[in-house]
Design a protein around this ligand. Sequence first.
Ligand code: ATP
Ligand code: MG
Length: 557
Amino acid sequence: MEPLKKEEEKALNFLEEIIENDLRTGKHTSILTRFPPEPNGYLHLGHASSIWLNFGLAQKYGGKTNLRFDDTNPVTEDTEYVESIKEDIKWLGYSWANEFYASDYFDKIYEFAMQLIRQGDAYVDDLTPDEIAAMKGTPIEPGSNSPFRDRSVEENLELFAQMKAGKFEEGAKILRAKIDMASPNMLLRDPILYRIKFAHHHRTGDAWCIYPMYDFAHGQSDAIENITHSICTLEFIPHRAIYDWCIAKLNIYPSHQYEFARLNVSYTVMSKRKLLQLVNENHVSGWDDPRMPTIAGMRRRGYTPRAIREFCERAGIAKRDKLNEISLLEFCVREELNKTSFRRMVVFNPVKVVITNFVEEEVLLESENNPEEEHSGVRTIPFSKELYIEHEDFMENPPKKFFRMAIGQSVRLKSAYIVTCNGVIKDEAGNILEIHCTYIPESKSGHDTSGLKVQGTLHWVSIKHAIGVELREYDRLFKSENPALEEGDFKEYINSDSLNIIMNAFAEPALKEATESQRFQFLRKGYFCKDKDSTLDHLVFNRTVSLKESFTKEVKK
Ligand code: ATP
Ligand code: MG
């Protein structure tokens, strides 16, 4: 894969072009963007792309970004989500200029509604939702006017006040914009502005029983905050006409809406509604299950903020939907962890090795924490008579070019000595109990005077110093590249083998000191981090990603 080009060499994306033009022509002297999550779930990788875009553009052009909770739907929202969203944005490395809530604007938005009514641009409609739908027309036929469309301003003001005062049942009345029932844009056929909902709101409590619709809250909130560039995803293109209509009719700050394609990523789903189902139906252990494409899940799995930002940058922004490869994210995280992670040795599937000529109690060896980073220091690794190596690293009847351990063959034990294998001891069933080796004291790594050359280097641990650890390896959560587009329920495409737990692994003792924020490369095995399920005497590590790309589409079968 190509290294990222330097800032000045990169072509501008279409939003950067628009902003540079706006700044050059003096349309704006500075820019203000916003990230507007609905607090009805945890943030996912798609949100990361929107965060990277909104905060990144503001940073690049010396502007600011507001965090605005789009909390106009009282039913699905929760304070737990507000907190997780803030934590995730901070973790991704961004800070907002202001923390706002659309619900803080309810009074103001109510005023806007009254203004439209007074201007004759909105009316209270008594039709039922079914009647409204039936009279909406089709894309090729115009709709028909509601019989309540020509109510007087006074009557509308009175009815709207009564709606607010809780005088009507849910669904009995709504407020509609009076635009054009024959508009080719179906959304402009007198869109609903306010609906009655007797629901407790996570911030305003029971103060309101009418709530503005998205189309009468989002643009208004943008205008109230003087947002210059309001960036959303493609499905809002037809809504832009309402956005602009409201700004013109209310004569408020002319924010402008721009659309880009949603980020989709292979082998996962990217909608909070679907992710919520996975959580509620126990397909995963929670929003932060390391297989989830949520920021919380990716953080727990060991992905880093920098790798996620890098992924967003490389995936870029598009004006048409496409599917991005999850392997691109894995590439980004490998590239970073290779440079930054501490190297440690962990044997996943142990077989015992006895160094028959080793007579000391132990030797303390030193090894660099990270050969890629000069000042990363060293750790001590104890070496003793009895070791574990990987079962797969020994073969009794090896094929040609097997450079690992075999009888009569020599290999280097990483950061330790060259050993020569002399034989094996087996039980009656033929299982290997011990592999017997001799070591060459002059071959100590870093001080090797033996003059010997060997082909293979193996990782190992000293049995009496090793700590038992649990390892969790993750695979794709779905068998299908794009489960949301498959026939039937997306959950039918869940990969039932997405979690592999290894209970019987042994780690070098330095890993006792691991913290959750540290990242490790387990030599020859992959990148790992400590999981929050760890206790003092039971350490659990998550595999972030394998050392190399190994996934094939085999899973699909
Ligand atoms: P979901 O379907 O997952 O609920 P949403 O768009 O309803 O997504 P919001 O909380 O309303 O989620 O979105 C907050 C911001 O994040 C919006 O500006 C939205 O456009 C953006 N966003 C959400 N999903 C994606 C995605 N997959 N790619 C890019 N931006 C996204
Ligand atoms: Mg939404």
